[in-house]
Design a protein around this ligand. Sequence first.
Ligand code: NAD
Length: 367
Amino acid sequence: MAEKFRVFATCDIGPALERLRQRGYYLEIHPAPEAPPKAVIIAKVASGIDGLITTLRDQIDAEVFSAGQGKLRVVSQLAVGFDNINREDANRFKIPFTNTADVLTEATAEFAFFMLGSLARKQWSAEQLTRNNQWGFWHPYLPFLGDEVTGKTIAVIGTGRIGLAVIKKCVGFDMNILCYDPAYQNHAYIRAIAELMELRLARGIQKEKTRIEYVAFEEALRQADFVTIHVPLLRTTESPTPTYHLFNERTLRWMRPSAFLINTSRGPVVDESALAQALREQWIAGAALDVYEKEPLPVDSPLRDPAIEDRCRLFPHFGSAATITRLSPDPDKGMAGRCVQGLIDVLEKNYGGDPKQMPYVVNKEAF
Ligand code: NAD
């Protein structure tokens, strides 16, 4: 039987938590579906818990780490993004934190692609027409048409795990692919995709020759029919190539009036008031968003403007929201399973107790 560790989860992450109970852990789960106030997290940490399970809704910084000084040993985050955790503060207090990379890659990539498709083919407007009994006749172009996805050019901004998974899916739609990533370029993967495109052409699976290449950011935006964002949120102090407001008035104007923007990364990567203006004034044709500068989306957000309703699709941070992806207790399949495993690794001193060797620890540089 493992030591009786005390763990507080800021929300119920499902059946994977049973693994902790079976190991004799004392587990407390915040009872409401909404995030606990920060003061509750601080009080729990100060009460002497060993491990804290968090989601992107919780602000974890020096206030939390100092409350747990000498006792708190791990923060285990149910997400791949960790912009809610102050990495510098975690390092200063030498607290390892873990994330759930990889297991949500395909789910998020496919959701981004489905958002793209539903936006381009006007599925929301088309369903409304049907439901509201405004479908009076079949007509070649009235009341509106959508735009094909097949054969078009997509810019993938950020070619990490999710960006590469999106690229793989775009090949099946005979798309040209422009990649932009100033920090990580996977040329072997891009070469393999180019070979796949050539094979599909040679065997008659696709009719037109297509291409994939890394290009500069401006070139990607100027040439693309679709722009899909797969970067982490990096503020100016956190990276030489920050992503905060990477999409702003200047860069949105580089996009074509016929182009669509898809964001499943983090809200603050896009300047929302500039985007609302871009949609109102039709600098771009449309946007589909899963993430926002403030979540849940405020009632007075400019993105809710009825004037842009037909070209602005809004989703509730839903990219990874598939059953196995979110809930599977298997650390190789589910975020919950991986989150729990990350916590166990640290508390039970797996990998010789060295956080640098633990696969799900993010801030390895602190150890
Ligand atoms: P990743 O770290 O594997 O990939 C991110 C890529 O972005 C890296 O290759 C990095 O070099 C690149 N990058 C960094 N700065 C850049 C810049 N200025 N311009 C262009 N590229 C830049 O991460 P991932 O697993 O692919 O996830 C990406 C992000 O997606 C996460 O950080 C998270 O915020 C978000 N996400 C959202 C959902 C959702 O439900 N909507 C789900 C999963 C992930």
